[in-house]
Write a protein that binds this ligand. Sequence first.
Ligand code: 0O2
Length: 231
Amino acid sequence: MAENKEIPRQIAILSSVSPSTLVSEIIDHGKDYVALMSYYAGAMMEVETKFRVLNMEFNAQFARNPIESIKTRIKSPASIYEKMQRLGKRPTVANIESELNDVAGVRVICSFLDDIYRLADMLAQQDDVKVLRVKDYIKNPKPSGYRSLHLIVEIPIFLSSGKRPMRVEVQLRTIVMDFWASLEHKLRYKKNIPEGQLMEIARELSLCADIVSRTDEQMLSIRQRIENAPD
Ligand code: 0O2
């Protein structure tokens, strides 16, 4: 996500692609590509609406919002092209749909740690949602320190020609996890960090992730103590 902050990297990627290859892909498949992206946008909107409905219902029941904010994005053509190259696949419309799970992305920023799992369960229980994969980077953080719960879900969209299942990547994280990931993402794409400092910076970022993660646990514990206090 945050595609707009990656413009220099995307330009670099595009300039490394043979212009004739790229142009011929776009000319031959441009209309199909645009149609596919519109299907992903539809699926992304469906998933976003599901979370907004859950947030509203939760608020009515418990007088608090489990969701702080929701961000959505469609992967940019340059990022799609880069990922297809990394996978060693031609970036045809059919290959993009079969190989990539994260063309449509929905990021749900939650207030508390337990909200993440509650919302993920509530989404998974809906009978038009199929959970294809779960990656729990909260229980198993990445070496960088990155924490979030990732789900790949399949959801139908209804077109004039009928029903079409589409895949969407959902990332659920707390405000604290999002704060860390956003800053780390910005730092990671700074190209001018001397090689010698990279290891040290990575180690410090990972330590920061541990510290902010403890804040999440403490905030949850404080909320639970307040909820359980006698009126
Ligand atoms: P963007 O711009 O964020 O969308 P997969 O193809 O899903 O099997 P992949 O792509 O390696 O495998 O998925 P992974 O690592 O489970 O999740 C990828 C996404 O998670 C990234 O998207 C980031 O959004 C986020 N992410 C993963 N690791 C880190 C990390 O160390 N730091 C930060 N800040 N974010 C991370 P992309 O592809 O980078 O693009």
